[in-house]
Write a protein that binds this ligand. Sequence first.
Ligand code: SF4
Ligand code: SF4
Length: 441
Amino acid sequence: MKGLLSFKHGVHPPENKDITAGIASRRFPFPDEIILPLSQHIGTPAKALVQPGDRVERGDAIAEAAGYISSAVHATASGTVKSIELWPHPNGDMVPSIRIDVDPNSTQMQRPRIIPRWQDVKDEDLSKEIAKAGIVGLGGAAFPSHVKLTPPKDQPIELLLINGCECEPYLTSDHRTMLEYPERVYLGIRIALKALGISRAVIGIEANKMDAVEVMRKAAPDDLDVTVLPLQVKYPQGAEKMLIKAVMGREVPSGALPSAIGAMVQNVATAANVATVFETGQPLIERIITVTGRGIRKPGNWLIPFGTKLRDVVKHCGGLTEDAAEIIFGGPMMGLGQANLDVPILKATGGILILSRDECKRQDILPCIRCGKCLDACPVFLNPQLLGILAKAERYEEMASEAHLSDCMLCGCCSYVCPSNIPLSQLFAASRAQLRKLATP
Ligand code: SF4
Ligand code: SF4
């Protein structure tokens, strides 16, 4: 590990990736029903293009972007639109969603689509094709990719950083993407470089995936200026700002985007899915998802169509074990706990973690002992102890103005190290929600 690049602070939670790292991805069966929320991305929810009774084919656009920071939604299986109604979303809200009765007799083969040769598309028009395909960042944030690929003119990009860190414990879907589809990742890199009008890329991979480093190095095309860089294993190495710090040695200023310092970060799975759009015409309708934890009987990596309900995933993976205690969308550090088995898989769902009682021992919350461990862990040098005191006192405005709450990545490092078990990052997420409420007229 010595000599490998990284960032300051951070934590080393148990990795637990061995449960699924060696399991190759397999196609998940198509369920009887698909639920596609109009909001699966950061930005304005998409606008439905279909009505109940409409027949849709797999890959058809069923909702269009409703603004620049928005994203299209496509049918992930052929069938008939049953309704557009409020449905439970993994974020806990009820959101307008398109319900599709999946055709049990369809082969789910996609009909041929006309796709432009990416080499013939003007650099500036590539992002329009990517927008049409509903591509969003698959690293967790689900930010529309076409927006990232068209940075402000006064912030030219120098370096494309491909994020293969997958620093969240348990998750292995990006790892499998690199092992199984390195050529697709490279095609996605070529297309992103052309869209940005630059020539250089670095792929950052945590050193606990040296097989992926080797595969990506072997598959690197000779004509591409790309470096595959193993990085120290430390959480949250895969956070954009931490990756930039490790690879470029630069800090993204508070409140700014990576483009401010000439960087653009794209996840390996996003790159692979951009390639799929131009190789096959298939928009973003499925992804590799890790289903893991000691609370599920058959863990694995699955290519799952978006809109598949959690209930169907659990059933196909052998069901819950007797001591299953908690279901999380994402990893244990930043994931969202789920209480409803009817929530659908979204574009941003990289993993489903089902923890056993032993894996998620709940402990009593004790008073802060001012040990300072949370300050030493915070990768963006905030004062989580102070933020915690202010959150408890409901002094939300002060959290924003004096303690820089907006810089908090909700990474969970502070909660992880706190000997008093104070759920700091959860308090900060709730405080942000309160501030949004206060700002709404
Ligand atoms: S959750 Fe926020 S305050 Fe806590 S360590 Fe992460 S960035 Fe720092
Ligand atoms: S780690 Fe916990 S106990 Fe220690 S200073 Fe921070 S909030 Fe207080």
